[in-house]
Design a protein around this ligand. Sequence first.
Ligand code: MF3
Ligand code: CO
Ligand code: CO
Length: 256
Amino acid sequence: MTKYKEKFEKMRIAGSLASKTLDMLIGYIKPGITTAKIDQLGFEFIKDNGGFSAPQFYRGFKKSLCTSLNHVVCHGIPSDRILEDGDIINIDVTAVVDGYHGDTSRMYAVGNPSVKSKNLIDVTYESMMKAIKILKPGIRLGDIGHEIQSYVEEKGYSVVKDFCGHGISNTFHETPNILHYGKKNTGLEIYPGMTFTIEPMINAGKYEVKILNDGWTAVTKDKSLSAQFEHTVGITENGYEIFTESVKGYNKPPYL
Ligand code: MF3
Ligand code: CO
Ligand code: CO
């Protein structure tokens, strides 16, 4: 019986609720739905399943999840914006159950997205998974960043630097910061019991972002498309566990 077993059990429950919320939304992501409706569906699903949405109480955000469309990098605020054919959207859910947080996001394609959009989504998903697959005690945070950055830049895309992954457990955002760029063999060594997110934001164009006047919405400066995936993970004695994996196998679009 390890010291962090209880924490991992709670992370598993919160993570699985967040991931089930993203699964549930798949059927609704069609032309015509508003992002506010997506927010409402997520809010109710989480509440009906014994949790609550962390963003609602987070620094005045007020909505229960983030909806980031096309050139929005992250923290898009649900609104009366209607999804249109060809849009790509990231939905980011953070569910709290019994005080612990599960934080996960996926891309969704609305109708028929362009080949360019699909490629960006595929590379972004792959960059997150490549970083997850190297996780084990003794590797360093710079190794995670390096894994993502080297893969993404080789594909001609860029890694957003202004936002990062984060420690997470009984608080939403805790130390350490998990940068999605970096150098091998640098930074903190990771150890069993750590729980954090990996959530690379990848731009089709340049890496620079700016924040809109609402104080939240981050967009690419050059208006290029941006994509993101996020998992909450825990470090075990010899590897890792993904707390937010879809039990239905819904990893990236198309969600067939
Ligand atoms: N879920 C985001 C993350 O991955 C944080 C959203 S904060 C909010 O860390 F207030 F914008 F919802
Ligand atoms: Co996060
Ligand atoms: Co998130």
